[in-house]
Design a protein around this ligand. Structure first.
Ligand code: FAD
Length: 495
């Protein structure tokens, strides 16, 4: 088939990789007009990727993605390693508090890889374009779809796209159109222009803004010992440290959109002050160890959103499919977008193989796979964000995180407070001391099991509850940073 892919980001490249290797001819239309720089190093220094501004933010690449590449495209993984990507094995990210750490079968499946998003995209594009069945048209902004009405089912049959290529209008024909144009996709509007019903959409703000800065380890300096991707939640602020490739790493801080005093971290001085106030990040940015190599970059308007393109058992249109963030996107904090974009692309390739020539069959099979594999992660992110918003709002009102999370002795226990208490006084301590709980948690974190698998596993539940029952005999879990009021004061001084 001749397949036109709208957008050459991660999802567009993932689907081009799968389809071209299955023998289809793929043309990628990418709005950004900047050609691929000669190396990832130059890409990091001067690639203009305005269409995907998140390339300037920290990215984690989860085990589900690594395992899939190993099985379906091992050359891509090899090329990533050749460009400096590092594997992060299960044993590398165990907490130092865990003394007893015997290996177990399946630990190898829990390997993530670390590199900059720019490096990932550079390698991916290079591998995809090495296939002569893939062509790339840069500077091509798609503006709508071309369709005829299919007489049998009476719905539009998409046969191409309308694009503006270097300022000139052009129609590009295709047997299939895949929209991988990211979270700002206009597909719902283009479909309505063809006369379809509205696309069913569910959308909720994540409620955070996000800022990242990249650093380079100084010559001869090493990363702090025993640390893989580190992330923690102070309630009012979330932070992560992301090892990259070639001695570069990044730090990301995120806070609630409506928490005005914390907006100071958008600026370099306060960002550095906040990073110095957190014991985990402080070590990484000691002046003798590393130096910043970018400014602080911010992103907001982040949403959890899912769209459905099949309604009452019938596709809205034939021959057009949405993939990656264009279909479903969620809070970037959870680091799932690239892995899920690949899972989505693999599912699409499988649907195409299973229903050759039957456009309705492909649409229904792909919709079923999307609901099975992608939507549960969207719901998990949406629900976790609702919980985080409630906690950070309580802190902004001056309540301490313990007030927001604990059950009150002698008072009737409401189920939400109980669950919060089990999370804080059961799961968190168990993650520091029980390797079986860490394993189960990391399987869900890496998307290897459905999001609710952890709390459906009777062994894990009994271990977590055992830790929870001992909560009064233990010193309270130390917070990974200062209280909010102290942080606000620090930021004000740094500003
Ligand atoms: C701040 C931030 C941090 C993130 N961190 C992580 C992380 O740690 N781990 C992870 O896995 N994921 C992360 N993600 C998510 C991840 O970046 C995306 O899920 C992933 O890039 C897949 O996106 P995509 O290919 O669907 O869209 P994008 O990567 O956004 O690509 C869309 C492409 O389409 C092009 N385009 C748009 N409109 C048109 C048009 N009309 N015509 C032609 N081309 C068009 C754009 O220029 C762009 O190149 C993060 C996202 C954000 C915002």
């Amino acid at each position: 088939m001749r397949v036109v892919v709208i957008g050459g980001g991660v999802a567009g490249l993932a689907v081009a990789l799968s389809l071209s290797r299955a023998g289809h001819a793929v043309q990628i239309l990418e709005r950004d007009a900047t050609p691929l720089p000669p190396s990832p190093v130059e890409a990091f220094e001067r690639w203009e990727r305005n269409g995907a501004p998140q390339v300037w933010h920290s990215h984690a690449f989860l085990a589900r993605l690594r395992n899939g590449l190993l099985a379906r495209a091992p050359d891509v993984l090899e090329a990533l390693h050749a460009q400096g990507a590092n594997d992060l094995h299960f044993r590398d990210y165990l907490p130092p508090t865990l003394v007893d750490r015997p290996p177990a079968p399946g630990d190898d499946e829990l390997t993530l890889f670390a590199c900059r998003r720019i490096t990932f995209e550079w390698v991916l594009r290079q591998r995809v374009l090495a296939n002569p069945d893939v062509s790339w048209l840069g500077g091509a902004a798609v503006e709508g779809l071309v369709a005829a009405r299919d007489t049998a089912p009476g719905m539009p049959r998409v046969s191409g796209v309308r694009a503006r290529v270097e300022g000139r209008p052009r129609t590009i024909e295709a047997d299939l159109v895949v929209d991988a144009s990211g979270r700002r996709s206009r597909l719902p509007r283009w479909l309505v222009e063809l006369g379809t019903p509205e696309v069913e959409t569910e959308e909720e703000e994540c409620g955070i803004f996000y800022c990242s800065r990249f650093y380079r380890l100084r010559p001869g300096a090493l990363a702090p010992a025993g640390q893989g991707v580190v992330g923690a939640d102070l309630g009012y602020m979330k932070f992560g440290i992301f090892p990259g490739d070639s001695g570069i790493f990044s730090i990301t801080l995120a806070a609630a959109l409506d928490d005005d005093p914390l907006r100071a971290i958008l600026h370099e001085g306060p960002f550095e002050a906040a990073a110095r106030a957190l014991p985990a990040t402080r070590e990484w940015i000691e002046p003798a160890r590393s130096e910043p190599v970018t400014k602080v970059r911010a992103m907001a308007k982040l949403v959890n959103r899912r769209r459905r393109f099949v309604r009452d058992g019938e596709p809205l249109a034939l021959g057009v499919f949405a993939l990656g963030d264009a279909a479903i996107c969620s809070n970037p904090l959870y680091g799932r977008g690239c892995a899920l974009a690949f899972v989505h692309a693999w599912e699409f390739a499988d649907a195409l193989r299973g229903h050759a020539g039957d456009l309705r069959g492909i649409a229904l099979a792909f919709d079923e796979a999307t609901r099975r594999e992608i939507e549960p992660w969207y719901r998990a992110a949406r629900d976790q964000d609702r919980e985080s918003r409630a906690i950070s709002a309580a802190q902004a009102r001056g309540e301490s995180i313990s007030d927001a999370l604990s059950t009150q002795p002698g008072q009737p226990v409401d189920p939400k407070s109980f669950l919060r208490s089990v999370f804080r006084d059961g799961l968190l301590p168990a993650l520091r001391s029980d390797i079986q709980v860490v394993r189960a948690f990391m399987r869900a974190f890496n998307l290897l099991v459905p999001p609710d698998a952890l709390m459906k596993d009777p062994d894990v539940v009994s271990r977590v509850l055992a830790a929870w029952r001992e909560r009064d005999q233990r010193a309270p879990v130390e917070m990974p940073g200062p209280e909010r009021s102290e942080m606000v004061e620090l930021l004000q001084r740094a500003a």
